[in-house]
Ligand binder design. Structure first.
Ligand code: KQY
Length: 366
């Protein structure tokens, strides 16, 4: 593996869309007891369902600690690869390399800086150095070259690409003071252009209300095809999410993508608010002596946090009447893929969802 210091765009590389073919997918086996209630037993069961679903269509690699390797190996289907690798938690989307591709189909990884969603300003845990080293190790495992971009803080969940020159982010996240406070919005956009091959950056104002990632785009809006997105939506004007989704809708309707197309927005209903229970809080270990969640706290539940596998959509389900509506919207957006709903509450209580725990490896010619 070579560590590269050039710019992917100048080398002819760009970020493909998630709906394009994948070679595989990375996940991380959950373990830390202040993130995952009850010693992560319930979370692991949910992860096994997600991993098994994706493994129907893709080569899945699961990173596990030394302590959990045997358990992960015994719990997962044999076609899933388990590799021992040190991490601080289980958010593969945010710590894995973002993989870029060129016209010849070669793939390379980008190793961004990771600071646990805000570093010492408003990050969610300390230390995060193991997480910060995952991307490079994953590139080594894939036997691909890796761009060193550790000087720029970025998580995979904070960007979406349509593979045709449009990249979508939120202002709430990319301009938050815990990320790259010394850079202007224009300078941040230039980094996205230089590294992801973006010709047009869509800056949605907001993510999901209460999302502890400072409003990652992958929980509020996702490309389903070039020029088409799904947007998390509520018609309840009393919900604090209403104004956020409305602002994002107005923004999207005022924009064109890199190819000059207007953006078609499919509204994806939100489930009813999901709140943390007392039992869940009691089952979480404190972090530095402080509780990590409080009873009644609203979690950032959203159907937009789905994973696009080669043959299916792995969709978080919440036991809500909107589960079926969300599945129906996505089936219309992805007619060739099977919708696979997976009960996701035990992932959501960790602070993210199915998209956040997965990271696709685009199919390359190699
Ligand atoms: O949603 C994500 N991409 C990560 C959430 C991190 C939560 C940590 N408790």
């Amino acid at each position: 593996m070579n560590i590269l210091h050039s710019l992917p765009r100048e080398d002819g590389f760009y970020m493909p869309a998630e709906f394009e073919p994948h070679e595989g997918c990375f996940l991380i086996w959950p373990e830390r007891p202040d993130s995952w209630a009850g010693g992560a037993y319930a979370a692991r069961k949910a992860f096994v369902k997600v991993i098994s679903a994706i493994a129907r269509w893709e080569k899945v690699t699961v990173f596990a600690s030394y302590n959990q390797y045997e358990n992960a190996r015994a719990s997962l289907p044999p076609q899933v690869r388990v590799a021992e690798l040190s991490t601080d938690d289980a958010w593969a989307r945010d710590v894995s390399p973002v993989i870029v591709k060129n016209a010849a189909g070669e793939i390379r990884g980008i190793d961004w800086g990771f600071n646990a969603w805000g570093g010492l300003y408003d990050g969610l845990y300390f230390p995060w150095d193991r997480d910060n080293h995952v991307a490079r190790k994953a590139c080594d495992l894939l036997d691909i070259d890796c761009y060193d971009r550790r000087d720029f803080i970025l998580e995979g969940g904070s960007i979406h690409a349509d593979g045709e020159g449009t990249v979508m982010v939120t202002e709430e996240c990319l301009l938050s003071p815990g990320r790259n406070p010394d850079l202007s919005r224009e300078e941040i956009e230039q980094v996205l252009r230089d590294n992801l091959g973006a010709e047009k950056v869509l800056w949605l104002p907001y993510g999901i209300w209460g999302d502890e990632t400072n409003g990652h785009v992958d929980n509020i809006c996702a490309f389903t095809a070039p020029g088409e997105v799904v947007l998390a939506w509520t018609d309840d004007e009393r919900d604090p999410q209403y104004e956020r989704s409305m602002a994002d809708l107005n923004y999207l309707q005022s924009q064109r993508d890199a190819k000059g197309r207007p953006i078609t927005v499919h509204k994806l209903p939100l489930p009813r608010p999901v709140y943390v229970t007392e039992a869940e809080c009691a089952a979480l270990e404190p972090m530095d002596g402080e509780p990590t969640r409080s009873p009644g706290e609203r979690l950032a539940a959203s159907y937009v946090n789905f994973y696009i596998a080669n043959g299916g959509i792995i969709l978080p389900a919440f036991g809500d009447p909107a589960d079926e509506q969300a599945a129906a919207v996505l089936q219309r957006c992805f007619p060739g893929r099977e919708i696979v709903p997976i009960p996701a509450r035990d992932i959501l209580t960790g602070g993210g969802n199915i998209h956040c725990i997965t990271s696709q490896v685009p199919k390359g010619n190699r």
